[in-house]
Ligand binder design. Structure first.
Ligand code: FE
Length: 216
């Protein structure tokens, strides 16, 4: 563990409560009860298709949100000055792209190299850098990932398809309500002639959580 998990205070994040309180096995809040009641009613009356809701959520989880992070990563790969700024002050560097907002007030970017592999977890719930990655995937919020990422990070990485060599250090970063982490993945070999946009298209959400490598 690279850092202590500070106590969360999600009450500073009123609009996160629906998302995150569920992960603490707490009783449903007033807002959650209302959201669930409303969704059931709309589905019952045929006004809302649950599959359409899932599709919207999937769009934010896998398409819109992570593209922001991918742009910053690709820019860091082609511009050494931007890479330095991104690693020194992630919050300010992603703000250059206009990526600001709740859930990413303090963004720390950690760089994967042949010597160090970084991965991100929130052991207590689901803190996640929304401004650059969108909504967290379901597995990120799951109890097995949250516990096993710190107990057996190499095992978790291996199951997710990333085999980290024995002489590469694995660092696990525990997100909090105050600090969110983004992994700057390694630029794959064979991409020297690619444009920044082409590079950004290679960068996956999971590679920026540190549970995948970017493939050329
Ligand atoms: Fe959290």
């Amino acid at each position: 563990m690279s850092q202590e998990h500070e106590p969360h205070d999600h009450h500073d994040h009123a609009d996160d409560d629906v998302q995150e309180h569920r992960e603490h096995d707490a009783p449903l809040t007033e807002v959650e009860l209302r959201v669930r009641a409303l969704e059931s009613l709309l589905v019952d009356k045929g006004l809302v298709d649950p599959a359409a809701l899932d599709a919207i959520i999937d769009t934010y989880e896998t398409k819109v949100g992570p593209r922001n992070g991918a742009k910053a990563v690709a820019h860091a790969w082609v511009d050494p000055d931007y890479r330095r700024r991104l690693l020194e002050d992630g919050t300010a560097a992603v703000a250059e792209f206009g990526f600001v907002g709740r859930q990413s007030e303090k963004l720390v970017v950690v760089e994967n190299t042949p010597k160090v592999h970084n991965m991100v977890v929130c052991t207590l719930c689901s803190c996640y850098p929304w401004a650059v990655l969108g909504l967290p995937p379901v597995w990120y919020k799951s109890a097995p990932y949250r516990s096993r990422a710190v107990i057996d990070p190499r095992g978790v990485l291996s199951e997710m398809g990333v085999n980290v060599p024995a002489d590469t250090e694995v660092r696990v970063w525990d997100s909090t309500a105050e600090i969110r982490y983004l992994v700057l993945p390694e630029r794959p070999a064979g991409t020297e002639s690619m444009t920044e946009d082409e590079l950004a298209a290679l960068v996956t959400r999971n590679s920026m959580i540190g549970v995948a490598r970017v493939q050329a």
